[in-house]
Design a protein around this ligand. Structure first.
Ligand code: FAD
Length: 453
């Protein structure tokens, strides 16, 4: 009998297991594929490892802008993939060690929720029934595979890839078509463009980068067009054969040739076949429905991470896991999503937190919008020859608080934390003005934007 069973050892599951075990509870973590989940094995970490190599390569190729000349610079894609494997192994090993040192019992197997009897929740794994007082479901998500003619066959033949397969591709394609210009699609487009592939992005919406503020998304698109990436927006893929991707744009049929296709049109919660129906756990639009404590409609059954939908990011999964754990331990805590930062690790990076100009207007808020070029930061100028980074801030006029920050430019992924802290704590503009920023730092751009109001 356990205090808590956790299903899924991705960021949501392993963090919940570690935290709860640290409180002296008896815990069982069940994982069917790999410790670390999507994030460590085929998501956040592998993509960033590849993108770092691409950034170094790009820097070396364009070193002349900074007075550096080098010859015969090459990138070995296969070696990049080998390094990625090494990084993943190190980090997965680190998580496994942490689980061990925190005395979390781990079983590798496919878990299925069975029933709740006399307050005990039963879960079956490897033919055995395990019982606990509480359950945390953290089964994550998988790539959406749409019923577009040819996609299924393409996935079988290896012509069409998801994030999982593309991250292990030993030989880079000459021509890559990316279906879906969201986070995953853009990061992979960025990597393969940097290493010399011909990249085309086909996106159904009128803009790239999903809900990103339109100014930032258009600026990023321009950056990548300059680098040679082709974008087809408002374009719906209708068919894939073994050479071409067919799509409809403005009522006309077009096609583009590829050696490989990346399918990155979104993620779907992993909730089928895990036995939710045995406890009558409610779902909504394909995800587990939870309240602000991360509790499902069934007492003592919680769900965290991608399987609850919404903001499918590792850092959201971490925080949701903490909220679930605190509530299991009887500590009051609730999940809030108003200041979850989001980053796309392209080169330049883009990052945002809080309301965009569009969403603030949709909510009917009276806002002040300020936009500045990153060139207002001395360090940005020193390190980004010819860079066209921008920052856009959104201020609520009524309360004089910062409610949104959107940036394009390198280090945005790090700077956004400061902005998230300000938005999360409803900081007033006058309070932000008193914050001392290190100089020279690209982060000073926030201060510049605030003082420009
Ligand atoms: P997952 O990481 O999906 O883990 C769920 C685990 O549950 C899996 O290991 C699975 O095997 C296991 N499981 C499922 N069903 C069962 C079962 N029945 N029994 C036992 N085990 C089961 N997020 C960021 O914040 N930053 C990024 O830079 C970023 N980059 C990404 C890049 C890519 C290419 C992708 C695909 C995703 C990226 N994400 C990123 C998203 C991030 O990976 C996810 O939000 C995060 O992994 C979700 O964590 P999780 O714990 O909910 O689930």
């Amino acid at each position: 009998m356990y205090d808590v069973i956790v299903i899924g050892a991705g960021p949501g599951g392993y963090l919940a297991a570690e935290r709860i075990s640290a409180e002296g509870k008896k815990i069982l973590l069940i994982e069917k594929e790999h410790i670390g989940g999507v994030c460590l094995n085929e998501g956040c970490i592998p993509t960033k490892t590849l993108l770092y190599s691409a950034k170094l390569y790009d820097g070396a190729l364009h070193g002349d802008k900074y007075g550096i000349s080098a010859r015969d610079i090459t990138i070995d894609h296969s070696a990049v993939i080998d390094r990625k494997d090494k990084v993943v192994k190190t980090l997965v090993g680190g998580v496994s060690m942490a689980l061990k040192s925190k005395k979390v019992e781990v079983i590798m197997g496919d878990a299925q929720i069975k029933e709740k009897k006399d307050g005990k929740i039963q879960v079956e794994v490897n033919g055995e029934i395990k019982e606990s007082t509480s359950l945390i479901i953290a089964t994550g998500s998988d790539s959406v595979k749409p019923p577009i003619p040819g996609v299924k066959e393409g996935l079988e033949s290896g012509f069409v890839l998801t994030n999982k397969e593309i991250l292990s591709l030993k030989e880079a394609p000459k021509k890559l078509v990316v279906i879906g210009g969201g986070v995953i699609g853009l990061e992979m487009a960025s990597y393969f463009n940097s290493i010399g592939c011909e990249v085309t992005v086909v996106e159904m919406m009128g803009k790239i980068a999903g809900p990103t503020d339109i100014t930032i998304s258009e600026s990023l698109k321009k950056e990548y067009e300059k680098k040679g990436v082709k974008f087809y927006l408002e374009s719906k893929v209708t068919k894939v054969d073994d050479k071409f991707i067919y799509f409809e744009k403005n009522g006309e049929e077009n096609k583009v040739e590829a050696d490989k296709v990346l399918l990155s049109i979104g993620r779907r919660a992993n909730i089928n076949g895990i036995g939710l129906e045995n406890l009558n756990v409610y779902t909504e639009r394909g995800c587990i429905k939870v309240d602000e404590k991360q509790q499902t409609n069934i007492a003592n059954v919680y769900a965290v991470g991608d399987c609850v939908g919404g903001v499918m990011l590792a850092h959201t999964a971490y925080r949701e896991a903490e909220v679930a754990v605190n509530n299991i331990l009887g500590k009051k805590d609730r999940m809030q999503y108003n200041a979850v930062p989001s980053v796309i690790y392209t080169n330049p990076e883009i990052a945002s937190v809080g309301e965009s100009e569009q969403s603030a207007k949709e909510y009917g808020l009276d806002i002040i919008v300020k936009q500045l070029p990153m060139q207002y930061s001395g360090r940005y100028v020193a390190e980004n020859e010819g860079g066209s980074g921008i920052i856009k801030i959104i201020v609520d006029k009524k309360w004089n608080t910062l409610i949104g920050v959107h940036m394009m430019g390198n280090y945005s992924s790090e700077i956004i934390l400061a902005a998230a802290t300000m938005v999360e704590s409803n900081m007033n503009i006058e309070e932000i003005k008193k914050v001392v920023f290190p100089h020279p730092s690209v982060g000073e751009i926030i201060r510049e934007a605030i003082f420009s109001i």
